[in-house]
Design a protein around this ligand. Sequence first.
Ligand code: NAP
Length: 248
Amino acid sequence: MATLEGAVVIVTGAGRGIGRAIAEELGSGGAQIVVNYGKSKGPAEEVVSTLTSGGTKAIALQADVSDPAQAANLIEQAVSHFGRVDALINNAGITIDRSMKNLSIEDWNSVIQNNLNSCFYTVKAVLPHLMEQQSGTIVNISSFVGHMGNFGQANYSAAKAGIIGFTKTAAIEMAKYHVTVNCVCPGFTETDMYTTVPDKVKEQIVKRIPLGRVGTSNEVARAVRYLIVDGDYITGQTLNINGGIFMM
Ligand code: NAP
């Protein structure tokens, strides 16, 4: 996509954190943004009002993307509002961290459902539109933990590794429709998700990062923008934005 100007972009979980930064980064570049939220209605409306006051077209749409019907409805509402869709950013995610001896079946299922299955639900729903248009791009937000594993994150690391495999297959299947599919894998990033980490653990984390600090949401958002605007010949790849904590 040579320019963001006028492109219609759906960002899941865009009321807060990395999703919000992605919505603002792409919106400020001229894209029209669908700000999806699950529970954070107020913050999502704030993002829309920031974007529209800067001259960007944006709407907030509520949908729990872990529910297949709601995920499909999100895509249909977006297309019915803007007339098309050019990019889908699967950003929504949750953690329920416990070591495996304490991890319940519900904790496992919930994290798989919200992080991994949600990506399939939205991609499945957007696919017919992108096939008809013969264009489009999808970015799935995975995590360095999908490559490395992490103590207390069996459910999350399995979901994030699953996203990487899913992305590669989707890239192969969708290439003939001129649709690219890639992953961005953030390292530790300063958001609400990271603030739940105890301070003592944060100190240890920073020591493990070669660049000596956690990342920002804006740094992840700029990587997403790069893939969308300059990634015409990039598909099935994972772009790591992690300060060097994991190297391929
Ligand atoms: P966050 O601040 O906790 O925000 C999570 C976002 O996901 C919220 O906007 C939330 O929306 C949304 N969400 C969760 N479940 C949803 C659902 N079922 N339907 C719709 N929206 C849902 O987390 P973050 O750090 O920005 O994380 C964003 C993505 O980056 C996630 O996929 C996460 O796994 C990944 N990531 C984060 C880090 C990190 O260190 N922060 C590192 C690597 C990867 P509502 O509040 O509206 O429900």
